[in-house]
Design a protein around this ligand. Structure first.
Ligand code: ADP
Length: 427
């Protein structure tokens, strides 16, 4: 039986005994009975009244008083309340601790509500944007007026960050990223990446300049080698060395070209206007190049959705298509099958190249898009590879908000699929 009922019954039994004793003593049985009933009802009503006052939080009304069911109920409710208060105190302490920690973070943090109004900001944001307490509820667009940021904010696509070369008149490079949380609220994190960005820029410039400087002397050398090759008798001892010199200088030229393409991909200047790129006709032309490159050693299947085009940059996209097709040819032994597909499904447009070639074991797959990463260096060299093809593909795809998905089984073949976002499809 519940503790409340037991307490009530104990009270009732004790008080009934007392009433019986009084009745026996006075011989007023009826009067005692009605008197007791009246007393019992009045007591219940008074307890309910006190309970209600106490629940409402009326000052100076405390509970639980006395015994009985209401005393027990009051005790249980106050125990529950104490445990909730303890929990709330703990939560408050934790959130205070969290806020204090966020105050010390060097990145500027601003939380925004569903209407993009400022709700809270940390010390770094306060310093960087000279924010005052009165700026809460101000719209973030009125504080950060940079058009690239406004476009990013309105786009609703916050997987990537936006990099700005100056912000509110501060001539430094900033990385801004929005993190959506709880019912369209957002957290804006602004990082000062000026030093990091400059270092990366120096590295990019160095690679681009070095490649550029190497290009001219190499062209001269290659030209002389070709002239010397033409002037040799077929049985001359110089035929083989000259041929090797020619192959190696061509390889160096390919590496330099790939390095230049890669640094162009990485530099901001490449971004012009995106155009509609007719992928299917481009692939049809590439089918001829692929057949020539394969020299009849492979069978090809091209499955192309001719009504589907892509919004993007034509030359870089051509480089993606050719890189993946030529890899399939280079890493598929004679007699293999290569299938090239250009199609669309619910997720968006896809370009996919499947081959029945040598395949790649799992441990290499995640590293294939690193510069100069090759599973088999000798084979890559022999087939004219530079180790930069997939790095270029990855960069170009990133520029198109696309992803490269690689699946492969050693000895069975590989599948390279480019997943473009739905917004890039043109019909
Ligand atoms: P490479 O110029 O060496 O081909 P890539 O960047 O194009 O450089 O490719 C990196 C490595 O990925 C290659 O060296 C090769 O080992 C592997 N690879 C790429 N495509 C394929 C494929 N279709 N089948 C098997 N291995 C491949």
């Amino acid at each position: 039986m519940s503790k409340g009922i037991t307490r009530e019954l104990t009270w009732v039994i004790t008080s009934v005994w007392l009433a019986l004793f009084i009745a026996w003593m006075t011989d007023w049985w009826m009067a005692t009975f009605f008197g007791y009933l009246l007393f019992y009802i009045a007591r219940q009503l008074y307890s309910i009244y006190r309970f209600e006052l106490w629940m409402k939080g009326t000052p100076n009304v405390s509970y639980p008083p006395g015994s009985g069911l209401w005393g027990e109920l009051g005790y249980l409710v106050s125990r529950k309340q104490r445990s909730l208060e303890k929990h709330a105190d703990l939560q408050f302490y934790k959130s205070e601790q969290f806020l204090a920690a966020s105050m010390t973070i060097p990145d500027a943090i601003i939380s925004l509500n569903e209407s993009n109004q400022i709700e809270w900001f940390n010390n770094s944001a306060k310093k960087l944007f000279k924010l005052k307490h009165s700026d809460t509820h101000r719209k973030i667009e009125n504080l950060l007026r940079h058009p690239d940021f406004i476009q990013y904010l309105k786009s609703g696509r916050y997987e990537k960050s936006v990099i700005l070369s100056s912000l509110n008149g501060i001539p430094r490079v900033f990385n801004l990223k929005l993190f959506p949380y709880f019912q369209e609220h957002k957290l804006l994190i602004v990082k000062d990446i000026h030093e990091l960005y400059n270092l990366a820029q120096i590295r990019r410039d160095f690679i681009a300049n070095a490649s550029h400087e190497l290009r001219t002397p190499l062209t001269v050398l290659n030209g002389y080698i070709e002239v010397m090759m033409d002037g040799q008798e077929p049985d001359s001892m110089w035929v083989k060395p000259l041929e090797q010199m020619h192959n190696q200088s061509e390889r160096m030229q390919s590496i330099i070209n790939d390095l230049l393409t890669l640094s162009a991909m990485e530099s901001e200047t490449l971004v012009g206007k995106e155009k509609t790129v007719p992928i299917a006709p481009i692939l049809k032309k590439m089918e001829q190049d692929a057949t020539q490159m394969s020299q009849g050693k492979h069978s090809f299947r091209f499955e192309l959705d001719e009504s589907l085009a892509l919004k993007g940059y034509e030359e870089p996209l051509k480089s993606v298509l050719m890189n993946l097709i030529s890899n399939a040819i280079r890493y598929t032994p004679e007699g293999g099958q290569i299938t090239v597909r250009w199609y669309e499904d619910a997720k968006g447009p896809h370009f996919q190249v499947d081959d029945t070639g040598i395949g790649i074991s799992q441990e290499h797959i995640s590293r294939l898009t690193e510069r100069f990463y090759r599973v088999d260096t000798a084979r890559s060299r022999d087939t004219g590879g530079t180790g930069l093809g997939l790095a270029i593909v990855k960069h170009i795809l990133e520029r198109h908000d696309a992803k490269l998905v690689i699946k492969s089984q050693l000895g069975k073949g590989s599948s390279f699929r480019c997943d473009f976002p739905r917004s890039k499809a043109v019909h």
